[in-house]
Design a protein around this ligand. Structure first.
Ligand SMILES: Cc1cc2nc3c(=O)[nH]c(=O)nc-3n(C[C@H](O)[C@H](O)[C@H](O)COP(=O)(O)OP(=O)(O)OC[C@H]3O[C@@H](n4cnc5c(N)ncnc54)[C@H](O)[C@@H]3O)c2cc1C
Length: 409
């Protein structure tokens, strides 16, 4: 049987490999690193003596491609039902919980107990403006400046697009709102990985592929693409053609190195600080094991046992500071709110400098399609034109789409 080659074992490459294998293809997956997962991975941190993730990932029910992958391989995510999103405003010292409605009509905006305090239903017109925005409008331009930008649309933009509201494309954020808040509670339901991202998603996918006879080659870096051949750093060459196509599922900056005709995207960092608490905790203020912080520095807190993880997206300024500076600043907020000592406990600061591309209107125009590579090479990855921001769902969708092109070609 001929082998279909997939390069890159992040979520996009894994989704492609699983899709092809399910369809009866023999697959070889080539990964440059010594582990799979790419920008979504866990590791044992020696200092904390805990399994931690490179960054907290928010996964919602509205992720059909990701769940197709996880259902196929026996992934292990846990639903937090019913969907509810507690927030705390550091400036106003007020908390609230957004409770999405069961069905598609967002009745929650009519319910003062399910929306932001001191707002009226009319204030949520910004959501409609995001969905109807022109391609060149930023989030701030679409919704206008003011409290709703600061307290709702801005934080959502940074969390979902990893781009500031002044730069993030309004329409892309609107698309995510359409697929989540406008689909009802189940689509908004957050899913967590109690034992980490790798245990929940990456390891089950690798195990499943291996059981099905796929070949997985770690430390096997693609170093060039030339005259219809994939050239690996150990000298191996694999021919590709329309009759024998392959999938390139590497990160965007690597794809642009390998194929200079592709756009070189600006990227944005995400900073995540993991703190070891004195004892395991079950809940954060607001009653869940996650909490959104508005008008503070840390934007998203999440709790796993005795590890509190604080995430800052679109963290261009913060990512330039040292780990002790970042830990001190982020912990100061946690200590104050949780009534813990001011001195930071043991911590690990992860700076993912190129967490995602910057989702500006200009960048959105440039995202390539699956068939924009050279003949016989289909493109996958969260940065391709998926209609979604760079997310696990976008990555899984892109991998399955590339695999489907091969199956139909
Ligand atoms: C800190 C952080 C927080 C995030 N939070 C969220 C979130 O809350 N929700 C969400 O949905 N998404 C989130 N994301 C985004 C999500 O992680 C990515 O969209 C997704 O993991 C991208 O997958 P990918 O397969 O497209 O790319 P990658 O993960 O970049 O995978 C590419 C793979 O290709 C390999 N590779 C690179 N070069 C070569 C080569 N030359 N030869 C062979 N292999 C190569 C890499 O090692 C890697 O394994 C977050 C990302 C980060 C970094």
């Amino acid at each position: 049987m001929t082998v279909t080659h997939v390069v890159g074992a992040g979520i996009a490459g894994l989704a492609a490999a699983v899709h092809l294998t399910k369809a009866g293809r023999k697959v070889a997956l080539h990964e440059a690193a010594n582990q799979a997962g790419g920008r979504c991975r866990s590791f044992l941190d020696a200092k904390l003596d805990r399994q931690i993730d490179n960054g907290t990932h928010l996964i919602l029910g509205a992720n059909p491609s990701l769940f197709a992958l996880l259902n196929a391989v026996g992934g292990r995510l846990v639903a937090q039902a019913p969907a509810a999103f507690p927030f705390f405003d550091r400036q106003a010292c007020k908390g609230w919980t957004i409770k999405p409605s069961k069905g598609a009509i967002p009745w929650w905006v009519l319910n003062p107990g399910a929306r932001l305090p001191d707002t009226s239903a009319l204030d949520y017109i910004g959501g409609w403006r995001l969905m109807k925005a022109q391609a060149d409008e930023s989030v701030a331009q679409a919704v206008g400046n003011g409290e709703m930008l600061e307290r709702l649309w801005g934080p959502l933009c940074e969390a979902i697009l990893n781009t500031s509201p002044e730069q993030g494309q309004a329409r892309l954020l609107g698309e995510v709102l359409k697929r989540s808040l406008l689909k009802g509670e189940a689509a908004c339901r957050p899913y967590t990985a109690p034992e980490g991202l790798s245990a929940a998603m990456i390891d089950p996918a690798l195990d499943w592929l291996q059981r099905q006879g796929a070949e997985i080659r770690f430390n096997h870096r693609l170093s060039g693409i030339d005259k219809g051949e994939l050239i690996f750093d150990d000298g191996e060459r694999i021919g590709i053609s329309q009759m024998s196509p392959a999938i390139l599922a590497v990160s965007p900056w690597i794809a642009a190195d390998l194929l200079p005709a592709l756009p070189r995207f600006e990227t944005r960092p995400i900073v995540c600080a993991h703190f070891l608490l004195p004892k395991p905790e079950e809940k954060l203020p607001g009653g869940r094991n996650y909490l959104g912080i508005v008008r503070g520095l840390g934007q998203w807190w999440s709790l796993r046992g005795d590890v509190l993880s604080v995430t800052v997206s679109a963290a261009t300024g913060l990512a330039m500071e040292t780990a002790p500076e970042i830990a001190a600043k982020l912990w100061a907020e946690c200590a104050l709110m949780l009534g813990l000592p001011k001195e930071p406990p043991a911590y690990r600061v992860m700076k993912e400098q190129r967490a995602t591309i910057a989702h500006t209107p200009d960048a959105e125009r440039l995202r390539p399609d699956v068939a924009d590579g050279p003949p016989g090479l289909f493109l996958a990855g969260d940065w391709t034109n998926t209609g979604l921001p760079c997310t696990l769902e976008g990555a899984a969708f892109s991998g399955q789409r590339a695999a489907q092109h091969i199956l139909l070609s």
